[in-house]
Design a protein around this ligand. Structure first.
Ligand SMILES: C[S@@+](CC[C@H](N)C(=O)[O-])C[C@H]1O[C@@H](n2cnc3c(N)ncnc32)[C@H](O)[C@@H]1O
Length: 255
């Protein structure tokens, strides 16, 4: 067994809490998932072969209320999602994980982050950390949704729903069921102002894993969110930060 580093001892405490290793990263299902998604991504967006960076492409753009938006495509590699989730779970001193995790991905792409979360959450049920889970991906690109469904079917992932819907239109009531939300800068135009309106609709007590969402200053500069840990995982020069929606009532929109 690997010994904890000084930093890990500080975060997790002296062996009181069992650290759940991200052994899922080496799980053959995660490796298979990575391969299946990568194959589909290269088919859909061959440019990814040359640059593994964020793509801003008209082909994956869409209109919202008559405003063209450029979707920013890049996927969270399944092993990174597993690592980020396991880091979150290992923070059980400060993160009170819900017993039933209702995970939601805002801009699910071809399912990389959501399907990886499915596998990790299933593993948490198996080892008794949580009792149940569900994964929902909101994605506006129908081609991507078909791919996610195909891969989920191939891999027999059953607790997953893929919904073609602009997540920025989700109301407070529609957002109520979700207690763990993942966001990775899904579009480029007006990202900050749009997110500043959408994020406060999240119900209090929910967790948000936000990757590269620095323009959404509502996360850092208001009392609506508490930053719990940062970075959850640091790679490729980007970080995934964990926030919790506080009890504070958000101002009513339109006022
Ligand atoms: C950066 S990719 C992230 C994919 C996935 N979450 C991941 O991390 O692997 C962003 C995706 O969000 C989708 N998207 C952008 N704006 C959206 C919106 N308002 N509602 C639903 N999907 C959106 C895009 O089509 C794109 O596939």
């Amino acid at each position: 067994m690997r010994l904890m580093s000084k930093c890990e001892r500080f975060i997790y405490g002296p062996r009181k809490i069992k650290v759940i290793s991200p052994e899922m990263v080496r799980d053959e299902k995660i490796t298979r998932l990575s391969k299946l998604i990568r194959r589909e991504e290269l088919k859909q967006l061959p440019i990814l072969k040359r640059m593994d960076a964020m793509i801003r492409s008209k082909e994956i753009g869409f209109m919202v209320e008559g405003v063209p938006r450029h979707a920013a495509y890049q996927s969270t590699k399944p092993d990174i999602m597993v690592k980020a989730l396991s880091d979150t779970v290992n923070l059980r001193r400060v993160v009170i994980l819900p017993d039933k995790i209702n995970f939601c991905d805002w801009g699910a792409g071809m399912g990389s982050s959501g399907l990886a979360a499915h596998e990790y959450l299933k593993y948490l049920v198996k080892i008794g950390i949580i009792s149940d889970f569900h994964v929902t991906g909101f994605e506006l690109n129908d081609k991507f949704n078909a791919i996610t469904e195909k891969i989920a079917g191939k891999m027999e992932m059953k607790q997953v729903s893929i919904i073609n819907r602009d997540f920025t239109t989700l109301t407070r009531d529609e957002l109520k069921p979700f207690n763990l939300i993942y966001i990775w800068r899904p579009f480029l135009e007006d990202f900050g102002p749009v997110m500043n309106k959408v994020l406060p609709r999240i119900r209090s007590g929910s967790y948000i894993m936000a990757r590269d969402c620095w323009e959404a200053n509502v996360l850092e500069d208001t009392s609506l969110f508490t930053k719990i840990f940062h970075p959850v995982y640091y790679i490729y020069g980007t970080k995934i930060s964990l926030y919790r929606r506080t009890e504070k009532e958000a101002p009513q929109e339109g006022k």
